[in-house]
Design a protein around this ligand. Structure first.
Ligand code: GLA
Length: 373
C-alpha cells in the first residue's frame, strides 16, 4: 500500500473505529500542453503525477474526516471546505440515479494544495472510484470523470473543464493522456523521459490562484462569444482562416485556442518520434501564446520559463489555468540543478516569493488499494 493510502486507513480507524471496507487513491496532474482548450472542445495532453489523495471508505452513520486538516465534517452540509468535493461527488452520483447510502470516509494526501496541480480533481476522483466500488455501481472511468466534473461545476461551483478529472482517472504510469475533449476519446501516449535523459521539473511559483475569482470564467465567456461571432458551436471548429473575422479580445483568445489545438496534435507526433527538441519548441510556443494572446501568465511564470530556456531546458511553459500556480520544464538530466538554482536566483533578484520545485515522473491514475482487512 502507498503511504497516503496507509495514512487514510489509519485516519479511518482513529476517527470511525474498525477497518475501512476499501481504500482508493487518485493523483494530481500536470498538463504537458493543451491549455484552455478543454472547455472549447479541443485537445489536451496531461499526465498524472506521483502525488495522490487517498480515501478509506466504510459503512456507517455518515461522516467525512481529513487527516491533513485534522478535521471532521458532516456528510451533507455544504460549507466551502475540502469536504464539498466528496459531498459533490456523492451528490452527482445521486443526481445520475445511483443509490448512495450513508458512508464514512477518511482522506489523506500529498498533492500540494492550491498550486494548480489539481488536488481538487484528485479528491474527487479518489472519492468517485471508492464509492463506485463500495456501492457496486460499475460506472466506468470516463463516466466517473464526467460525474466528478459535474460535482465541481454544479456543486462546488467552479466552472472547470474535463481535463483534470480525466487525467486523474484515466492516466497510466509512464504515459501522457491525449484527450479529445469533445468526443471524450482518450489515448495513452508513451512518455519515457528517463530513456531520453530528461527530467520534468515543476516550479510552484507559490502565487495563489483562485480559479473561481480570477479571469478563468472571463476567458471562457470570451471564447463562447468568439464562437458565436463565427457561427460555430465551439472554437474547436475554428481554423486559422476564420480568425480575420474576429477582433480585439475575441481574436486574441481564439488565436490561442486554434494554435494550441494544433500544437497538441503536433506534440503527440513529436513524442511518437522521440523528438524532444520539437516537443520543447511547442512547449515554448504554447507559453508565448498563453502569455501574449490568452494573457494568463504572471511575471513569476515568465521568469521561470525564460530562465529555464537560458539554462538549457528543451521546453518550458506554464501548466494549468495560469494566473499563478505552476510551470514545467523539460530539462536534460545533468542540468536539473543548474536550472533550479538559476531560477531561485532570478526569483530572489526580482523579489518574488521563494519557488518550490518538484521532479515528477508520469504516474498511475486512480486505483483501488488492496483491502486492508
Ligand atoms: C484548470 C481547469 C481545466 C483546464 C485548465 C486550463 O486546470 O480545471 O479544466 O481548463 O485550467 O487548461
Amino acid at each position: 500500500m502507498r503511504e497516503t493510502e496507509q495514512k487514510a486507513a489509519e485516519a479511518y480507524e482513529k476517527q470511525f473505529g474498525g477497518e475501512p471496507d476499501l481504500i482508493a487513491s487518485a493523483p494530481g496532474r500536470i498538463n504537458l500542453i493543451g491549455e484552455h482548450t478543454d472547455y472549447n472542445g479541443g485537445f489536451v495532453l496531461p499526465c498524472a503525477i506521483d502525488r495522490r489523495i487517498a480515501v478509506a471508505v466504510g459503512k456507517g452513520e455518515g461522516g467525512l474526516y481529513s487527516a491533513d486538516f485534522e478535521e471532521a465534517r458532516e456528510p451533507d452540509e455544504k460549507n466551502g471546505s475540502w469536504a464539498d468535493y466528496p459531498r459533490g461527488v456523492a451528490w452527482a452520483m445521486g443526481e445520475a440515479g445511483h443509490e448512495i447510502k450513508p458512508f464514512e470516509a477518511a482522506f489523506a494526501g500529498d498533492v500540494p494544495l492550491g498550486s494548480g496541480l489539481s488536488s481538487s480533481a484528485a479528491i474527487e476522483a479518489a472519492t468517485a472510484l471508492a464509492l463506485d466500488a463500495h456501492f457496486g455501481l460499475d460506472i466506468g472511468r470516463k463516466d466517473l470523470a464526467v460525474l466528478c466534473q459535474r460535482a465541481e461545476n454544479d456543486y462546488v461551483g467552479v466552472a472547470s473543464g474535463i481535463m483534470d478529472q480525466f487525467a486523474s482517472l484515466l492516466c497510466e504510469a509512464g504515459t501522457a493522456l491525449l484527450v479529445d475533449c469533445r468526443s471524450l476519446e482518450a489515448k495513452c501516449v508513451p512518455l519515457d523521459l528517463a530513456a531520453a535523459g530528461l527530467t520534468l521539473i515543476v516550479c510552484d511559483t507559490r502565487v495563489e490562484r483562485g480559479l473561481a475569482d480570477t479571469g478563468y470564467n472571463d476567458r471562457r465567456s470570451t471564447c463562447e462569444r468568439a464562437a458565436r461571432t463565427l457561427g460555430i458551436e465551439e472554437l474547436r471548429d475554428a481554423g486559422e482562416g476564420d480568425l480575420n473575422r474576429l477582433s480585439g479580445e475575441e481574436l486574441k483568445r481564439a488565436r490561442h485556442v486554434v494554435s494550441e489545438n494544433a500544437r497538441v496534435l503536433e506534440a503527440v507526433e513529436a513524442l511518437k518520434n522521440n523528438d524532444f527538441h520539437e516537443f520543447g519548441r511547442l512547449m515554448y510556443a504554447s507559453h508565448a501564446s498563453l502569455r501574449d494572446d490568452y494573457e494568463v501568465s504572471t511575471p513569476e511564470l515568465d521568469t521561470f520559463v525564460q530562465t529555464a530556456e537560458q539554462h538549457g531546458a528543451k521546453g518550458a511553459r506554464l501548466t494549468g489555468a495560469g494566473f499563478g500556480g505552476c510551470a514545467i520544464a523539460l530539462v536534460p538530466e545533468p542540468r536539473t540543478d543548474v536550472v533550479t538554482k538559476a531560477c531561485e536566483q532570478a526569483f530572489a533578484q526580482a523579489n518574488f516569493k521563494d519557488p518550490a520545485f518538484y521532479e515528477f515522473v508520469p504516474a498511475a491514475g486512480a486505483e483501488l488499494a488492496e483491502n486492508p482487512g
